[in-house]
Design a binder for this molecule. Structure first.
Ligand code: NDP
Length: 256
């Protein structure tokens, strides 16, 4: 293989939740490697700012305002990306949220909201993007799990279930779509400084200190920590890597 194994020029990526946090960090990596990007989110102001940021990196970028829990909206979004950017080679299922309550306090509608946003949306986006990913000839799906794909926490009832589910869903798709030369992998972020965890730090007392003490790298992750793994899993560099769940966690998952 030549030195261009990480080159993403001519590729098109959909990044759900790409307008901020980890999704934007992933999108930065893809754009810097040359991919055009469709940013998917609900907040139009955040999405416009992300598109301007990505365009400044020299690639095409669009935003498609979409609630990923709405199947019809996802179908329209994929049609729009194919129409405006020409193809879909890379799908990153990153949109996510949490409702932090112990199992006996979580309501059914709250459970459904977390599962729909974090897990069912990945199924819907992947299923509907599959024809375009297959047509790409070397499609890539990257699902975002969590340390809650491995561990549990009293406040992560539906969240841990969704993130455990996303790893098993990744393995199923990797098997199903290998004949189409589509690789499907998961990234398991450790504790990363984003809007999501700024909320958690307010709600869960002592969390900040526990994360620092429990992370061998001795710091919270930054969205820039996701650019490299995005390029690896989206490029030809990972063509024989499928069905994996790769922690990006400063060692959190290997500390005894
Ligand atoms: P943020 O809250 O910063 O980002 C969440 C993103 O998801 C936003 O861009 C938001 O866009 C989008 N989103 C949420 N719900 C929907 C929806 N229904 N439809 C469309 N977009 C939606 O959080 P993070 O960057 O921290 O989280 C990104 C992913 O990483 C999530 O899956 C999260 O579970 C996971 N993760 C995060 C960790 C961390 O420490 N931060 C650790 C482990 C995993 P908008 O507001 O425009 O709808």
């Amino acid at each position: 293989m030549t030195s261009n194994r990480f080159d993403l020029r001519g590729k098109v990526a959909i990044v759900t939740g790409g307008n901020g946090g980890i999704g934007l960090g992933l999108a930065h990596g893809l754009a810097d490697a040359g991919a055009d990007i469709a940013v998917i989110g609900r907040n139009e102001a955040k999405s416009s700012a992300a598109v301007a940021d990505l365009k400044a990196r020299g690639v095409k970028a669009i935003s498609v305002t979409t609630d990923v829990t709405d199947k019809d909206a996802v179908a329209a979004m994929i049609e729009r990306v194919v129409r405006d950017l020409g193809r879909v080679d890379i799908l990153i299922n990153n949109a996510g949220m949490s409702i932090r309550k112990p199992p006996h306090e979580l309501e059914l509608d709250e459970w459904n909201k977390v599962i729909d946003t974090n897990l069912t949306s990945a199924f819907v986006c992947s299923k509907l993007a599959y024809p375009a990913l297959k047509a790409s000839g070397n499609g890539k799906v990257i699902n975002i799990g969590s340390m809650m794909s491995i561990f549990g926490a009293s406040f992560a009832t539906a969240y841990a279930a969704s993130k455990g589910g996303i790893v098993q869903y990744t393995r199923a798709c990797a098997n199903a779509w290998a004949p189409d030369n589509i690789q499907v992998n998961a990234i398991l972020p450790g504790w990363i400084d984003t809007d999501l965890t700024r909320g958690a730090r307010k709600q869960v007392s002592g969390l900040h200190e526990r994360v620092l003490a429990r992370t061998p790298a001795g710091r919270w992750g930054d969205i820039d920590d996701f650019a490299g793994i995005a390029v690896f899993l989206a490029s030809a560099a990972s063509n024989f890597v499928t069905g994996t769940a790769i922690p990006v966690d400063g060692g959190f998952s290997v500390m005894a």
